[in-house]
Design a binder for this molecule. Structure first.
Ligand SMILES: O=C(O)CCC(=O)C(=O)O
Length: 257
């Protein structure tokens, strides 16, 4: 990214709590991620208990397919992802946004199956956090398929990163996700459609949500990378918050870092 664009993204992120980063991957690079993504979705790469359905199975008429597939730590399960360019590019953006001490906290895949009416409920990521003295963080949501309103592009509430954290409760989506009161009518709520290969970022306090993928006949595959200061990642891990790493993987990552 050129310097002017980096400054604009950083200013927008600081002011609004979210920003469009623009194209991070070429179509050939995007295709390389999608090929690996589909190996996860078909089960060829076994994600074990790092795979969950964030949606309520009852919401689908066929009941046969996950509604919202979440796979934690794809880059640990399939290290060849790290040979592709996204992690380095995303880290460079994250460092521009929150500081040079930013490191990858965790990555995940979230797919919305075609036909699902299940929304990702409104929430603030900070509702999931353990207590940390330094709350700088950035989540980068990378669209690997074009993301539009009707297949579940992200929505953000502009300025909500500076508001107090709202009370959260377990959502109806199987209990693993949290939700809070908010709606598309919330002042400042906007949808952010993205082309395949492009990304948006949001802060820990930013209210966000996405609709289902009810009418399209295509997957809505997103790759999400979360960054925070290295020292805070270490503190999180001390408190047992590793987003699903085994002890051994945790040691390997700490040694590599
Ligand atoms: O992909 C989605 O629908 C939701 C993603 C999300 O909530 C997040 O990245 O924090």
């Amino acid at each position: 990214m050129d310097t002017a664009l980096v400054t604009t993204v950083a200013d927008t992120f600081a002011r609004d709590g979210h920003a469009v980063v623009g194209q991070l991957l070429t179509s050939a690079e995007t295709a390389a991620y999608l090929a690996i993504y589909d190996r996860f979705l078909t089960g060829e790469i076994d994600a074990g208990d790092r795979r969950a359905d964030l949606g309520d199975g009852a919401a689908r008429s066929d009941g046969a397919v996950e509604n919202i597939t979440q796979i934690m730590w794809p880059s640990v399960l399939c290290p060849e992802l790290l040979d592709l360019p996204l992690h380095d590019r995303a880290l460079a953006v994250a460092r521009n946004l929150i500081g040079q001490d930013a490191e990858l906290d965790f990555d995940m895949l979230i797919n919305k199956a075609p036909g699902t009416v299940t929304v990702t409920p409104w929430h603030q990521d900070a509702a999931y956090w353990v207590k940390l003295p330094d709350r700088r963080a950035v989540s980068m949501w990378v669209a690997l398929d074009e993301a539009v309103l009707d297949n579940g592009c992200m929505w953000y509430v502009t300025g909500s990163h500076s508001m107090p954290l709202r009370p959260h409760r377990p959502s109806g989506n199987g209990g693993r996700a949290l939700e809070c009161d908010c709606s598309e009518d919330e002042p400042g709520a906007i949808s952010v459609p993205l082309a395949a290969g492009s990304a948006a970022v949001h802060a820990g306090g930013t209210l966000h949500y996405s609709r289902g993928n009810a009418t399209s006949d295509r997957q809505r595959r997103a790759y999400i990378l979360n960054f925070r200061p290295a020292a805070m990642i270490a503190m999180e891990r001390e408190q047992g918050m590793d987003h699903g790493l085994t002890d051994n993987e945790c040691k390997v990552r700490n040694t590599d870092a």
